[in-house]
Write a new protein. Structure first.
Length: 316
């Protein structure tokens, strides 16, 4: 099958690279300094699963140069969703499957509004990886997993074929019967712990090592949980011991992608994360005071960095 990765960053670069290393036909769409470096040296990936390089011949700026794709791994930042979705037309056939592996819970709806006749699935990527230099992806967490599925109805044949390809590439993968719940379960974590690392500049280890910041993190998680339950999403209750056990998978010095975007003065995914929690909380009458503070402060940085950046087509 032919895979196209929209956004060759930490998520798309690693998972697309793993598929390419396994022999799949994979193409990457990138831009900027990251694209320029990939054109010179290929896409270089350092990983707990081994280091490898994807040849530059499989990396383009213009999706129209690729031709129809069987599966599109849609991995751009959430604020680039609409602009990237408008570039997909040359890649689409009647059997193409788009899988959004983005942060947030409403990206599929945004893509579907632009491409209403396409099959678009939600997806959750669990991985600790990022661009550490132009052309270089570094994965450090030691776990790489994808969960994906249709927002409603049954998964199609193409989804099963995709699952097989991912599995052959050594990627732990699962077809979900309730991807909406999976997306909210991930939001509970990343909108809380992930955003707090950006707001506080503290590491995972520092946040959970201090009783005050640890309690703040759990309270933030419960705010998201309350919004989800009010919306009818049957998320699991926040289990403190289970969360702390899960955090052991990360190094103590781990920080979120939002933190690294903040210190690099890049736009932030704060609208898709904390902004969504605040807006939906207001809609259903659930107070979200912690996320309101996070959103208000980080939004100011996002707007400053957005104003300073150039227009943003598909990216990592």
């Amino acid at each position: 099958m032919r895979f196209v990765v929209m956004g060759a960053g930490g998520i798309g670069g690693f998972f697309g690279g793993a598929l390419a290393r396994a022999g799949e036909d994979v193409w990457f769409v990138g831009r900027g300094k990251h694209f320029d470096a990939m054109q010179r040296e290929g896409l270089r990936i350092t990983s707990t699963a081994g280091n490898f390089t994807v040849p530059s011949s499989q990396i383009v700026q213009d999706p129209a140069l690729i031709g129809p794709a069987d599966v599109i791994l849609f991995c751009v930042k959430s604020y680039d969703t609409e602009s990237a979705a408008r570039q997909l037309s040359p890649l689409l056939s009647e059997r193409s499957l788009i899988i959004s592996l983005q942060n947030g819970v409403d990206n599929v709806e945004k893509i579907a509004a632009i491409l209403p006749h396409c099959s678009t699935y939600g997806g959750a990527a669990y991985i600790s990886s990022r661009i550490t230099a132009p052309g270089l992806i570094s994965e450090t967490g030691g776990f790489q997993r994808i969960v994906f599925g249709p927002m409603s109805g049954e998964a199609g044949t193409r989804a099963g074929e995709t699952l097989n390809c991912l599995t052959r590439a050594g990627i732990k993968s699962q077809l979900s019967a309730n991807i909406r719940k999976d997306l909210w379960q991930k939001l509970i974590f990343i909108a809380s712990m992930g955003s707090l690392t950006a707001l506080s500049r503290l590491t995972h280890g520092e946040i959970i090592g201090n009783p005050g910041t640890r309690a703040l993190m759990f309270d933030a998680m419960r705010e998201v949980q309350s919004v989800a339950l009010k919306l009818g999403i049957d998320v699991d209750p926040v289990d403190e011991s289970r969360v702390l056990e899960g955090l052991k998978r990360f190094r103590d010095d781990t920080r979120s992608s939002m933190y690294y975007d903040l210190i690099a003065e890049k736009p932030l995914e704060v609208e898709a994360l904390n902004g969504t929690v605040v807006r939906l909380g207001e809609r259903v009458g659930v107070p979200t005071p912690i996320h309101r503070v996070i959103y208000a402060i980080l939004l100011s940085y996002h707007l400053r960095h957005t104003a300073a950046s150039s227009p943003r087509p598909a990216d990592s």
